[in-house]
Write a protein that binds this ligand. Structure first.
Ligand code: NDP
Length: 332
């Protein structure tokens, strides 16, 4: 592939995120474009073929994904399936010789993450996470303000990513989701605390919220609150719930504060610091994220949101669950 050419991306799983965000983003990208799809639905394959002018040879069913190995039009496979299916499809895509992007959370166990990283290494393909906020100007500013100690040392982080779910879907099925709001939303709070501090937590304490809808939240938690301590004494107080809305990242440092509210949305983010508002032009996070990965593939460089980062976050979420299951015991 020469550097001018756009790389072909195939989306696996044509659900809400593919339909509403990734498909449209791939019409704006400079280094890649939508070349194909993998779907269990014949109707969706046809719709996507028409909408994005895809050749029939680039439409796949889950069972035929292996045939991609012989299709040079597809360079990158983007796995956008329910969480428990990420490991299987990332590994199969790697074995077909394709570079891979995996949606968050990376998988439902640390062991799966390890196997995914191993499969990509064996196949000599790059693996990256769909961590779009690393490409968002507001969140990048939070990283800079925190890590460069622009307001002095960070003391305390408050992060809340919550959304209301009121009817059945795979996110409420523990077997497919691997957990509740922690796995789905809480991963953003974990990410934020780590990218603001530039550190790893040394201790975690967590508690499940009481269930107000036990009929709906049968196999996953309805809400969870947790605290992460960092070696330097910094503390992050986090929360994720499926029975309220919340979208906050607030940081208190020695000589000021900085915050995003909303913090984790696709657009419309708002930021302020103790010195005034943050202003950045609107961008499409997913296009920036996809272009960055396509550039990594072109120059054979590792992504700044690699599989190792996805695994690190799953490790932390498993420790959060461990503490909550043990009634808030401190886990180190
Ligand atoms: P949806 O439920 O909207 O779509 C999931 C798709 O996966 C389905 O449409 C279907 O596609 C396919 N699928 C295959 N097997 C199953 C199954 N057993 N049950 C349900 N769907 C199945 O989910 P989302 O698009 O919202 O989420 C998909 C992934 O993307 C998740 O991992 C989620 O965490 C992540 N995500 C990330 C976001 C981000 O901001 N980074 C935002 C939203 C989601 P088909 O019909 O084509 O076979």
């Amino acid at each position: 592939t020469n550097d001018q050419q756009k790389l072909g991306v195939a989306l696996v799983g044509l659900g809400r995120y593919s339909e509403g965000q990734l498909g449209p983003a791939l019409t704006e990208t400079q280094h890649c474009y939508l070349a194909g799809v993998v779907s269990g639905s014949e109707e969706k394959r046809r719709q996507w073929q028409a909408r994005y002018d895809l050749p029939g040879s680039n439409l796949y069913h889950y069972d035929t994904l292996e045939a991609m190995a012989g299709n040079p039009a597809i360079d990158i496979v983007y796995v956008v399936l329910p969480n428990a299916l990420h490991a299987e499809y990332v590994i199969r895509a790697a074995k077909a010789g394709k570079h891979v992007i995996c949606e968050k959370p990376m998988a439902t166990s640390v062991e799966e993450c390890r196997q995914m990283i191993h499969a990509c290494r064996e196949a000599g393909v790059l693996l990256s996470m769909g961590y779009r906020l690393h490409f968002d100007p507001f969140n990048k500013e939070m990283m800079r303000l925190g890590q460069d100690e622009i307001f002095g040392k960070v003391k305390r982080i408050v992060a809340d990513d919550s959304m209301t779910i009121e009817k059945e879907e795979w996110r409420l099925d523990g077997a497919l989701a691997g957990g509740g709001p922690l796995m789905n939303n809480g991963v953003y709070c974990v990410q934020a605390a780590l990218f603001v501090t530039g550190e790893l937590p040394v201790a975690i304490r967590a508690e499940f919220s009481p269930k107000t809808r036990p009929d709906l939240f049968r196999t996953v938690e309805e809400g969870i609150q947790w605290e992460m301590e960092f070696a330097s004494g910094k503390k992050a107080i986090c929360e994720s719930s499926y029975s309220k809305d919340g979208n906050l990242l607030r940081v208190t440092a020695e000589r000021g504060w900085f915050e995003l509210d909303p913090a984790y949305e696709y657009k419309g983010l708002k930021g302020r610091t103790s010195q005034g508002p943050m202003e950045f032009p609107a961008i499409r996070q997913q296009a920036a994220q996809l272009d960055d990965f396509a550039s990594c593939v072109k120059r054979s460089g590792a992504s700044r949101v690699p599989g190792e980062m996805g695994m690190r976050d799953v490790e932390i979420m498993m420790a959060i669950y461990e503490s909550a299951r043990k009634g808030g015991e401190r886990v180190t």
